[in-house]
Design a protein around this ligand. Sequence first.
Ligand SMILES: *Cc1c(COP(=O)(O)O)cnc(C)c1O
Length: 230
Amino acid sequence: MMVFSDRLKVIEERIAQVCLRSGRNRADIALMGVSKFHGIDRIAEAWESGIRLFGESRVQEAEEKFPGFKPAHTGVELHMIGSLQRNKAKTAASLFDCIQSVDRESIIGELGKHAVERQTPLKVLLELHTGEESKAGFPDEEGLLRAAELVLTFPALVPAGLMTMAPYSGDPELIRGSFRALVRAQQKLEREFPDSDWSCLSMGMSNDFEIAIEEGSTLLRIGTSLFGER
Ligand SMILES: *Cc1c(COP(=O)(O)O)cnc(C)c1O
């Protein structure tokens, strides 16, 4: 049976190969373990193997797992990657280090309001809809620019970059097009808001992370290939 460290080794080898052929530096790419639907024992196993960044897609589930785990594991970083409901914004703003799935203006207001209770500003990524079937994300660059402007009005929020989910497809060029749209949006934001940090490009999952690295990803969100089937 494959244990976590075996799977991690396979993934690291694949990452290293893409980096080599595409001229990327492994150190510029963060590897998130997407731990949704996996219990704290599996999360501890991932930690033992060296994973420090975790992603969860539901506030309630993260709330059951991480408040105990985090204080005992200094250096753990927890990101929200699933659609965030308004009534969960307060909990999310205190539990997570970063909300990657900021996908509409109303949630920015909620997070901005509740994040003032934090000791450090809450990092946010703006999610761009680039073709994935669920409709999550701002629909276009114009929507992103307005969202960025709004984020910058809240002192307790700090932008860190962009996130997208490519369509689940067997067509690599369709996936590539999705990631390129995110890079274009990043360039636009960097021009419009040069004093802010837009450097994080969260793109690439189990089925498409190699293409994502080729297109400039700085944060891979890997669930199934690291933890096994959910
Ligand atoms: C579940 C999930 C992932 C991980 O997907 P895998 O295909 O299991 O690697 C990545 N990003 C988001 C937003 C997810 O919901």
